[in-house]
Design a protein. Structure first.
Lengths: 245, 314
């Protein structure tokens, strides 16, 4: 894909004898909403970890905004605009909800050339983000005081605080009720409308279908489908992977 | 409160402590007070790495001893004023801290703690076999009786340690309220999430090991002049490693106040026990208090107070 924001080429990752990812190619354009699905163990989280720098890929390359980022550490990738949220929320437990958002503003946004937010500007951005995710009244609380859905919103808000070009949301809706899932989907769409490219990894198909403009399917570490969501879910190979023979 | 204001208040408080000790005019106050203040510096230094970033250092004695043996080295080579030796001791231990940080960058949890313990053993073995600084025999340091215009030398050493307390507390508090403090807290809470939030965790860990090591070395630099005869077993003593950990744990590790409270409490108790019972019960007191606090207040005294305040606010 010409001018793609994220380009993954021939990416492979092994854990001992187990092939977690096998020659993955993936390109995501600026502003796209991509759903990434696959059964448990298909390699979705491993792919996210390789893209974000948590794991090192054995073969292949990851290019972001035209630059090869394979050799970069996770925080360096985040500073370049590649943010992720975690499957299980990983808040900074001893920092308040507002301080959880302050960290990426201090270490990512302020670390970018030409950016030097004052303390007041950082406070203002924290407040704005907390309003966006409806956590403004919990700003001074510790993460342990939040509900499950609030924790997931905090996780997304913290990734957003890094002001990314690309956000990878790894199973942000697991364990949530139907209305909470709708809440998170509409939040992600609002974020996308702000110009942020989003890759959503999710098992809840209703959420994936309502969110995604494009759907990518991984099975056993291989990409088996990539296209419009309504076409992809009718793909016989995808049906086989999800429903069996 | 701005750091400069905090520094001024700390200097004023230190001046009051010094003048009050002089009013009492008993040498024992200065001898015992020196030890308590030394533990305030050590506990504060340990907390910068162990409390703020969550990396438990069992090798505090090694950093302390590096500062002390730097003094012995220069005492034999070319005696220098103690304030200068404190700076040099800080630099030497800071470099050792940086080296330890580099060697243990990828280690976490128990593995990191064991590596710091190993570092202490390696350094002690080196010192034991280094004749120039006294080797296993130890080294004598002849200290002057007086230091003009302060008076008895012990009062001068006490004053120096008070100054180090002010420096250590100001540095710790400054870190806590800075961008660095946020970074350290994220490493303690979740290193993976910290990296994903843009925190350069490896670099921050190196800063923490260096600053922590440097402050411990600074605390150790005047020690040979205090004790008069330095041998490896006293400089690398178990009590330094144990107290450096126990004092912040009992006081609370998330704030600069915790190590101060813990060191004042435990250090004073140990000094009282030394003159009333025996110095042999010092570590017993530490052990009992530590067990008690782990059960009753795992986040230390400061944590206990914070929980109460937070409970009322809800």
């Amino acid at each position: 894909m010409a001018g793609a924001l994220l380009e993954v080429s021939d990416l492979s990752k092994r854990f001992g004898g187990f092939v977690a990812l096998d020659g993955i190619d993936l390109a995501v354009a600026q502003g796209e909403r991509v759903g990434l699905i696959g059964p448990n163990g298909s390699g979705k989280s491993t792919l996210v970890n390789c893209i974000s720098g948590t794991l090192t890929n054995e073969t292949g390359t990851v290019r972001f905004a035209g630059e090869a980022i394979d050799g970069l550490l996770t925080h360096e990738r985040t500073r370049r605009g590649l943010a992720r949220s975690f499957q299980l929320p990983r808040p900074f437990a001893t920092l308040t909800v507002a301080d959880n958002l302050r960290v990426p503003l201090l270490y990512t946004v302020n670390a970018r050339p030409g950016s030097a937010l004052s303390a007041a500007e950082i406070d203002a951005r924290c407040t704005e983000l907390l309003r966006l995710v409806a956590l403004a009244d919990k700003a001074a609380r510790l993460p342990r005081d939040l509900t499950q859905v609030e924790m997931r919103k905090l996780e997304l808000a913290r990734a957003m605080a890094a002001e990314p070009k690309l956000l990878i949301a790894d199973e942000s809706m697991a364990g949530l009720s139907q209305s909470e899932v709708d809440d998170i989907v509409s939040l992600l769409i609002r974020l996308n409308e702000r110009g942020i490219t989003i890759i959503l990894i999710e098992h809840i198909m209703r959420a994936v279908m309502s969110f995604s403009q494009r759907l990518v399917v991984l099975v056993s570490g291989k990409k088996i489908a990539d296209g419009k969501p309504d076409q992809v879910i009718r793909d016989p190979e995808v049906e086989r992977a999800y429903l069996g023979q | 409160m701005r750091t400069s204001v905090f520094l001024l208040i700390s200097i004023a408080a230190a001046a009051v402590v010094f003048l009050a000790a002089r009013v009492v005019n008993n040498d024992y106050i200065f001898f015992a007070g020196y030890t308590v203040l030394q533990f305030v510096v050590l506990a504060t230094a340990w907390n910068i790495l162990g409390g703020y970033t969550g990396y438990v250092n069992f090798g505090s004695a090694a950093f302390f001893a590096m500062g002390a043996y730097t003094t012995v080295f220069f005492y034999k080579l070319y005696p220098l004023p103690i304030p200068l030796l404190i700076v040099i001791g800080g630099v030497v231990s800071g470099i050792v801290g940086l080296g330890m940080g580099y060697l243990t960058l990828r280690l976490r949890g128990a593995f990191f703690a064991i590596a710091t313990l190993a570092l202490a053993v390696v350094l002690q073995t080196l010192v034991v076999n280094w004749d120039y600084v006294g080797g296993s025999r130890g080294a004598y340091i002849i200290r002057p009786n007086e230091m003009a215009p302060i008076g008895p030398y012990i009062q001068y050493l006490f004053l120096l340690m008070l100054a180090l307390v002010v420096i250590a507390l100001t540095v710790a508090r400054g870190i806590e309220r800075s961008q660095l403090g946020y970074g350290f807290a994220t490493i303690r809470d979740d290193e993976l999430a910290a990296e994903a939030s843009g925190v350069p965790t490896l670099r921050l860990k190196l800063i923490a090991t260096t600053v922590s090591g440097a402050l411990m070395g600074m605390a150790g630099a005047p020690f040979p002049y205090y004790i008069g005869y330095l041998q490896p077993s006293s400089a690398f003593g178990l009590e330094y490693a144990v107290n450096s950990i126990a004092m912040p744990m009992i006081g609370g590790t998330t704030s600069w106040v915790g190590p101060l409270i813990g060191a004042l409490l435990l250090g004073s108790l140990q000094q009282i026990a030394t003159v009333t019972i025996s110095s042999a019960v010092n570590l017993l007191i530490v052990g009992l208090l530590l067990v008690g606090f782990v059960i009753i207040a795992p986040n230390g005294i400061v944590g206990l107070v914070q929980e109460r305040v937070r409970g009322r606010a809800k």
